[in-house]
Design a protein around this ligand. Structure first.
Ligand code: FUC
Length: 347
């Protein structure tokens, strides 16, 4: 059996904020808020059976509202940056609110990470289902968009996240989950010694605003070659880094090879914890929390760069402004449907 419990912990604009916990027979636990569908904790065993939290987060709602750099939240309607906060669909120009210079990042100042989602009444206790009805114009995007995000916990210590959306007018959708993993457990170490393996032959070079230039480049001979697996430190400190790692670490989309299973594997050698990610999305954005600064603390640990690694499965960032990238336009009558599974085990 997987058990689900629910508890009200506060209020935002008169709407209750709940924490929902899923736990399986192995003692794995996942805790989520209906504020931003935020994953606050993922508790999994290390090689000695010690169960600890492996994602960055806070213990209070207030801290999420005040400080969170998208810790564990669902980001959308569109993950990543939209250049100049501007796009055209069917000849109509849309100007979105900007929240990073002139650019629009992760749904802008009022994205899906900041709204209260409805907790659906699902009988199967292994499933936690959140829904949200985005009104026409919300966050600047066209269309009334109905969104469902489902978290399912299995007995194989797998968390499966599924996203579903429909619209009544052409709009953009490209969602992801923004969990910051640190498999050492309770942030014992930074993530530089984590070993990452990714089935990716090409990546997207970025301009100085961290927006894809539109080109794709071979990973061969660069800090982005994770095909055989390598410590994140190799890239962050590599001699190849200077020109490529514009943000002082990874903040880059890697294009996932088609028809591969278990595309992404992250291992923390000391604890023995291993995370395998399988997705139907074409890209993973690898972000090594380069921008985190010691301006707040996370459950007693001062924030800093390289304390978490995000593996954001999604479509290409800024896809709407690059005709060579797969489309993120959702039309009336179409379904947006994607799934990413996170399986935890021991090396
Ligand atoms: C990632 C990055 C961004 C940003 C954000 C918090 O997705 O691509 O650069 O810092 O997270």
């Amino acid at each position: 059996m997987v058990f689900r419990t629910e508890k009200v912990i506060g209020e935002v604009n008169g709407q209750s904020v709940k924490v929902v916990r899923l736990s399986n027979k192995n003692g794995m636990e996942v805790a989520c808020l209906n504020y931003g569908c935020t994953i606050t904790e993922i508790r999994v065993p290390d090689r000695h059976g010690v169960i600890e939290n492996v994602v960055l987060g806070f213990d209070t709602l207030e801290e999420y509202i005040k400080h969170s750099p998208y810790f564990g939240s669902v980001v959308g309607p569109v993950a990543g940056r939209i250049a100049n906060s501007s796009f055209i669909v069917d000849g109509v120009h849309y100007q979105l609110p900007s929240n990073e210079g002139q650019h629009h990042l992760h749904g802008g100042p009022n994205g899906f990470d900041k709204v209260i989602w409805e907790v659906e009444n699902v009988e199967d206790e292994s499933i936690l289902s959140f829904s949200y009805e985005k009104a026409e114009g919300f966050a600047g995007y066209p269309g009334n968009l109905k969104v469902t995000v489902t978290y399912r916990l299995t007995h194989d210590n797998e968390l499966v996240i599924s996203y579903y959306a429909t619209t009544d007018k052409k709009t953009l959708v490209n969602m992801t989950n923004h969990s910051y993993f640190n498999l050492s457990g309770a942030i014992k170490r930074d993530i530089l010694s984590h070993e990452l393996k990714v089935a990716s032959d090409r990546f997207l070079p970025l301009n100085e605003s961290l927006i894809p230039t539109g080109e794709t480049a071979e990973v061969e001979g660069t800090a982005f070659d994770f095909r055989e697996g390598r410590p994140l430190e190799d890239g962050v400190k590599s001699k190849h880094s200077q020109n490529l790692l514009v943000g002082g670490g990874y903040d880059h989309p890697l294009i996932l090879s088609k028809n591969q299973k278990e595309e992404i594997c992250l291992i923390e050698p000391q604890s023995g914890r291993k995370l395998i990610i399988e997705t139907d999305e074409p890209v993973v954005v690898l972000y090594t929390s380069n921008m985190m600064k010691p301006t707040f603390s996370m459950r007693g640990v001062e924030a800093n760069k390289y304390l978490g690694v995000c593996l954001e499965t999604q479509h290409h960032p800024d896809a709407i402004n690059h005709s060579s990238f797969p489309s993120i336009v959702l039309d009336e009558g179409e379904e947006y449907k994607t799934t990413t599974a996170y399986r935890f085990s021991i090396e």
